[in-house]
Design a protein around this ligand. Structure first.
Ligand SMILES: Nc1nc2c(ncn2[C@@H]2O[C@H](COP(=O)(O)OP(=O)(O)OP(=O)(O)O)[C@@H](O)[C@H]2O)c(=O)[nH]1
Ligand SMILES: [Mg+2]
Length: 442
C-alpha cells in the first residue's frame, strides 16, 4: 500500500536526518520536496499546498530548531498533520436505534460497490449482526447474480426481485428485513461509467424513499484525482456520510486517500484491500499516516523511548562507548530498556524501515527471554570479556540457560557486531548509537 509514495518520502526524510543541523532553509527545502512528492502521488493541488503551509508554520517554530532531534521532530509534525488530513480518528457507521439500519451504497461502475456490500455484510455478521443484502442494480441481470453468489458464499440472505425497479426493491427490502429480523439492510445500487443525471436521480430517489441511516460512497483509489472529483459530484448530490476507498492493495499512488476527506469534508470509513470478502478494514487515520510515512509508529517510539530512557544511564553508557567498554552486562541492561517499551513486535514495528520486514516474520518476545537467560548464565568475567568464552564455556552456558551452543554462538556474534558498530558511533552521541542499533531477535 502506497509503496512508491512511502519510498519517496523516506528518501526526503533520510536527507533531513543526515543534516547535522537543521536550519530554516533546509526545513523549507525539505517541505518543498515533500510537496513535490505529494503532487506526484496525485494529491489535490490545494490540499498539498494547505498541508505544507500548516507543517511549515509549526516547523519553523523555535521549538524545532532548538530541539535535540529537529529532523525527527519535523517528521512528527508531518505525521500529526497527515493524521489530521486523513480525519483524526476512526469514523463509525451510524446505526439506527430501531432496526433495521439502512445503508445505501453508491458509486461509479466498477468501483467495487457490490464487492464492498458483501464485505460489509460479512464484517457486520462477524460482529454479531444479521445483515440483509439488497440487489438494487437492476440493469444487468449478471449484477443480481453476482450479489446472490456472494451472499451464498457468506451465508447471508440477498433480497432479489427481478420484476421491480430499483426504488421499489429498496423500499420492499426494508419491510422484508423487518419481517425476517434482519437488523441491517445493505443496498447495492447500479453504477454508471461517468457521473450522469439518470443515475444520480435514481440513487437520490432511493435515498428519499428509504431514508438511509448511512450513505456510503465507494470509489476506486487507483483513479487518483478523478476519484476526488467524482466524490465531489456525488457529495453535492447525495450528501453521503462516508467514503469507502477500494483497491488500496493495488499500486494506488495515495492521492485519493490523502485528498478526498479534505475536499468533500466527509470521513473515509473503510478501505478495500483485496478481492477476497474479508479484505476490508475500518479506516484508521493514524495507522494509514504511519504506513504512508513508511516508518511505523515512529512518533510513539520516540515518545516511549524518551519516557523510558533514563538520562543518567544514557550518560554512563555514552562514557562506556567512548572508552569502548560496552559489555554484555550493558547489553543485558539495554534489553531490559527495550522490554520496558512493550512487546518486541510492537517495538520493532515502530522502527523506521521495519515496514519492510515481511509480515510473516514472527518476532518473538521469547527470543529476548532466551538472550537474557544466556547472559545470566555467564560469569561476571565472561560478561565483561566475551572473548574468553571458549567452546567448553559455551557448552556450560547453553546447559545453564536451557539453550543451545548454536544460540550462544549467534548471540556472541551479534554482540560482537554490535560492539563494532557502537565503536563507530562512539565519537558521536548516544542518540546516534541508539538510532543505528539493531537488536538481535533470535
Ligand atoms: N484488488 C481489489 N479488487 C477489488 C476490490 N474491491 C473490488 N475489487 C474488484 O473490482 C471489480 C469490480 O468490483 P464490483 O464490486 O463488481 O464493482 P461494482 O461497483 O459493483 O461494479 P458495477 O456493479 O459494474 O457498477 C471486481 O473484479 C472486484 O473483484 C479491492 O479492494 N481490491
Ligand atoms: Mg455492482
Amino acid at each position: 500500500m502506497f509503496e512508491s509514495l512511502s519510498q519517496k518520502l523516506e528518501a526526503v526524510f533520510k536527507k533531513l536526518r543526515g543534516e547535522g543541523k537543521v536550519t530554516e532553509a533546509n526545513i523549507t527545502e525539505t517541505l518543498r520536496e515533500v510537496r513535490r512528492v505529494l503532487l506526484d502521488a496525485d494529491v489535490n493541488y490545494k490540499v498539498a499546498k494547505d498541508f505544507i503551509e500548516k507543517v511549515q508554520a509549526r516547523a519553523v517554530g523555535q521549538e524545532v530548531l532548538n530541539s535535540i532531534t529537529p529532523g525527527q521532530l519535523i517528521i512528527k509534525i508531518i505525521y500529526d498533520e497527515m493524521v489530521k488530513l486523513l480525519g483524526e480518528s476512526k469514523a463509525e457507521i451510524r446505526t439506527s436505534n430501531t432496526p433495521p439500519t439502512v445503508i445505501l451504497v453508491a458509486g461509479l461502475q466498477g468501483s467495487g460497490k457490490t464487492t464492498f456490500s458483501a464485505k460489509l455484510a460479512n464484517f457486520l455478521k462477524k460482529k454479531g449482526s444479521n445483515p440483509l443484502l439488497v440487489a438494487a442494480d437492476v440493469y444487468r441481470p449478471a449484477a443480481i447474480d453476482q450479489l446472490m453468489m456472494l451472499g451464498k458464499q457468506l451465508g447471508i440472505p440477498v433480497y432479489v426481485d427481478r420484476e421491480a425497479g430499483a426504488v421499489k426493491i429498496a423500499t420492499d427490502s426494508i419491510d422484508f428485513a423487518r419481517k425476517n429480523i434482519r437488523d441491517t439492510v445493505i443496498i447495492d445500487t447500479a453504477g454508471r461509467l461517468h457521473v450522469d443525471e439518470a443515475m444520480m436521480q435514481e440513487v437520490a430517489a432511493i435515498k428519499e424513499k428509504t431514508s438511509p441511516h448511512e450513505i456510503l460512497f465507494v470509489v476506486d483509489a487507483m483513479t487518483g484525482q478523478d476519484a476526488v472529483n467524482t466524490a465531489k459530484a456525488f457529495h453535492d448530490r447525495l450528501n453521503f456520510d462516508g467514503v469507502v476507498l477500494t483497491k488500496l492493495d493495488g499500486d494506488s499512488r495515495g492521492g485519493a486517500a490523502l485528498s478526498i476527506r479534505a475536499v468533500v469534508q466527509t470521513p473515509i470509513k473503510f478501505i478495500g484491500v483485496g478481492e477476497k470478502l474479508d479484505a476490508l478494514e475500518p479506516f484508521h487515520p493514524d495507522r494509514i499516516a504511519s504506513r504512508i510515512l513508511g516508518m511505523g509508529d515512529i512518533v510513539t517510539l520516540v515518545e516511549k523511548a524518551q519516557e523510558q530512557f533514563d538520562q543518567v544511564k544514557a550518560v554512563k553508557l555514552e562514557e562506556k562507548l567512548r572508552k569502548s567498554q560496552f559489555t554484555l552486562e550493558d547489553f543485558l541492561e539495554q534489553l531490559h530498556e527495550v522490554k520496558k517499551m512493550g512487546p518486541l513486535s510492537q517495538v520493532l514495528s515502530m522502527i523506521p524501515g521495519a515496514n519492510r520486514i515481511p509480515n510473516d516474520v514472527q518476532v518473538d518476545d521469547r527470543a529476548l527471554v532466551r538472550i537474557e537467560a544466556m547472559i545470566q548464565s555467564m560469569t561476571k568475567e565472561e560478561r565483561a570479556r566475551p572473548s574468553m568464552i571458549n567452546g567448553s564455556r559455551r557448552r556450560r552456558i547453553a546447559v545453564g540457560s536451557g539453550t543451545s551452543v548454536q544460540e550462544i554462538n549467534r548471540l556472541l556474534k551479534q554482540f560482537e557486531e554490535m560492539q563494532k558498530m557502537m565503536r563507530r558511533f562512539s565519537k558521536g552521541n548516544m542518540k546516534k548509537a541508539m538510532r543505528g542499533m539493531r537488536f538481535p531477535t533470535g
